[in-house]
Design a binder for this molecule. Structure first.
Ligand SMILES: NC(=O)C1=CN([C@@H]2O[C@H](COP(=O)(O)OP(=O)(O)OC[C@H]3O[C@@H](n4cnc5c(N)ncnc54)[C@H](OP(=O)(O)O)[C@@H]3O)[C@@H](O)[C@H]2O)C=CC1
Ligand SMILES: O=C(O)C(=O)[C@@H](O)C(O)C(=O)CO
Length: 279
């Protein structure tokens, strides 16, 4: 069931996640600070970064510049693959927190499971500690399969409240979303616009956009909202960021959602969580 109030969802741990966020991969240096600060000014409240993006300090500077209460922001960062392990996770988190210049992080994710290394359960135990200490509000994972999620729950007794996965009309992930719904896991969509590629020129999307007087990107983001997934589009351009946020009045018909899901063809760059090892 999709529970959304005031453009946000309740998570299984009682916290609240905004219904849309800003992806920041590639937003670096001063232009990154300007872009993220202007996004916050324009109404973005969820900021998605990662240790591996090398821009946690850029996010920190943008937050310092923004005229928004810290408690109104929802900052996500992620644990890199090379830091999996009990002590490594605690140390890595502290580095991220310091770079972000925050007392707490709203959502901390294991970036990739790295199954060959097989230390993600250890990392998860440390993330549970970080949550207990109050330096992280919600803990989740990224790129996890149902088998990996089952294992986390079986071995620690705690299921992640979010799984951030590749999700866009070329890769709608119906089975994984059904598993999430059964286990009260909120789905977050990475590369929600399929990194732009040719998705936004697909006739079915262009036609629906024309029918609603919207843009193709808005139609794709409305599709994510219709699925109850949290998209985190990245844009370096202020106009496009505002366009991406202005989607809550666009309601797609069930048939339109189905037609967009019909574009399914697979992952865009082939990173399979069962084999990909993130550094
Ligand atoms: N957990 C994980 O493993 C992963 C997480 N992520 C997260 O997801 C975020 C988003 O994914 P990302 O890969 O960046 O791809 P997106 O699907 O968000 O697409 C970004 C591309 O779309 C363009 N774009 C954005 N808005 C519009 C628009 N309205 N009209 C036309 N083009 C547009 C951008 O160009 P421009 O900037 O010029 O506007 C950019 O080229 C990342 O930034 C990151 O935070 C991404 C990959 C993996
Ligand atoms: O999170 C991202 O934006 C990514 O692209 C990651 O998946 C990533 O940095 C990676 O997997 C590179 O191997």
């Amino acid at each position: 069931m999709v529970r959304m109030t005031a453009h946000a969802y309740a998570l299984a741990d009682g916290n609240t996640i905004p219904a849309i966020g800003l992806g920041t991969y590639g937003l670096n240096d001063q232009s990154g600070v300007d872009a993220i600060a202007s996004a916050i000014h324009d109404g973005y409240r969820l900021i998605d970064t990662a240790y591996n993006y090398g821009n946690e300090e850029v996010v920190a500077e943008a937050i310092r510049r923004a005229d928004v209460d810290r408690s109104d922001l929802f900052v996500t960062t992620k644990l890199p693959g090379r830091h999996h392990g009990v002590d490594e996770t605690l140390a890595s988190f502290e580095q991220s927190r310091k770079r972000l210049d925050l007392d707490w992080v709203d959502l901390y994710l294991i970036h990739w499971p790295n199954p060959k290394r097989d230390r993600y359960v250890d990392s998860w135990r440390s993330m549970i500690k970080l949550k207990e200490r109050g330096v992280v509000r919600s803990i989740g994972v990224s790129n996890f399969t149902p088998a990996m999620l089952d294992r986390l729950s079986a071995e620690t007794g705690l299921m992640p409240v979010v799984n951030q996965v590749e999700l866009h009309p070329y890769f709608p992930q119906a089975e994984l979303r059904a598993y999430h719904a059964e286990h009260a896991i909120r789905t977050e969509s990475w590369s929600p616009l399929a990194k732009r590629t040719e998705l936004l020129a697909e006739p079915v999307i262009v036609e629906i956009a024309e029918r609603h007087g919207s843009t193709p990107a808005q139609v794709v983001l409305a599709w994510h909202l219709a699925l109850g997934a949290v998209p985190i589009p990245k844009s370096a351009d202020a106009e496009r960021r505002r366009e991406n946020l202005d989607v809550f009045d666009l309601e797609l018909e069930a048939g339109e959602v189905e037609a967009i899901s019909g574009l399914e063809r697979g992952r865009i760059w082939g990173a399979d969580p069962d084999t990909h090892e993130e550094m």
